[in-house]
Design a binder for this molecule. Structure first.
Ligand code: ADP
Ligand code: 5GP
Length: 204
């Protein structure tokens, strides 16, 4: 059976830090090891325990990042919570002819920049069920200091305001119950047409 048309378009995942994007992606890659390819971004942040260079990110110094930026090596880039992040041209090009669906996990400044390119992806926003749940997840992940959690929560409000603008995303999935959210996410990733969720008020 030929792939569904949306499967041939890249999938851009965004949503506040701690909403569960990596968790959903890990499940997807475990269930379908050959169908998808993650666009491995560059970042200047330090690896978390268990993160591997070249897998979750290319972990680089600020100098290396800025050098690649000067050489027009990024499709998009952003400063997020004090670190630089960017999608290299190479990251996306290396996937283009693989037959796998390219998946990007980026924040909203990057989404805005991708919209100026001819990548033509499907834009999916992963929403937390509430701000309280987001705080709880960021804290219990245990990867950030208290200060960094507050910074990420502040940035989350910006991400959410952007997501409220009409037409920014093609689809929203609320990551409330993980199994439910994953079933929906899987369908979107496979290119099936699904009714997404409504964006919760996220004002608590
Ligand atoms: P992101 O990649 O969006 O920053 P993560 O995938 O790292 O977020 O998830 C943040 C934390 O929330 C992790 O500890 C993860 O185990 C947890 N988590 C993810 N999805 C859910 C969910 N539906 N319910 C409760 N906790 C979740
Ligand atoms: P984290 O430090 O938690 O891995 O990621 C922080 C934020 O950076 C997340 O919102 C993630 O989506 C975003 N991000 C990761 N890679 C990129 C990238 O290449 N470009 C942009 N613009 N954002 C990224």
């Amino acid at each position: 059976m030929p792939p569904r048309p949306d499967f041939l378009r890249p999938l851009v995942l965004s949503g506040p830090s701690g909403t569960g994007k990596s968790t959903l992606l890990q499940r997807l890659f475990a269930e379908y090891p050959d169908k998808f390819a993650f666009s491995v971004s560059h970042t200047t942040r330090l690896p978390r325990p268990g993160e591997l260079d070249g897998k979750q990110y290319h972990f680089v110094s600020r100098d290396v990042f800025l050098d690649l930026l000067n050489r027009k090596g990024f499709i998009e880039h952003a400063e997020f919570s004090g670190n630089l992040y960017g999608t290299s041209v190479q990251a996306v090009q290396s996937i283009a002819d693989s037959g796998r669906r390219c998946i990007l996990d980026i924040e909203s400044q990057g989404v805005r920049q991708i919209k100026q390119t001819d990548l033509n992806p499907v834009y999916l926003f992963i929403s937390p069920p509430s701000l309280a749940a987001l705080r709880e997840r960021l804290t219990s992940r245990g990867t950030e200091t208290e200060v960094a959690v507050e910074k990420r929560l502040g940035t989350a409000l910006v991400e959410i305001e952007y997501a409220k603008e009409p037409g920014v995303h093609d689809l929203v999935i609320v990551n409330d119950d993980l199994d439910r959210a994953y079933e929906l996410f899987k369908k979107v990733a496979l290119g099936e047409h699904v009714e997404g969720d409504s964006l919760p008020p996220l004002n608590d």
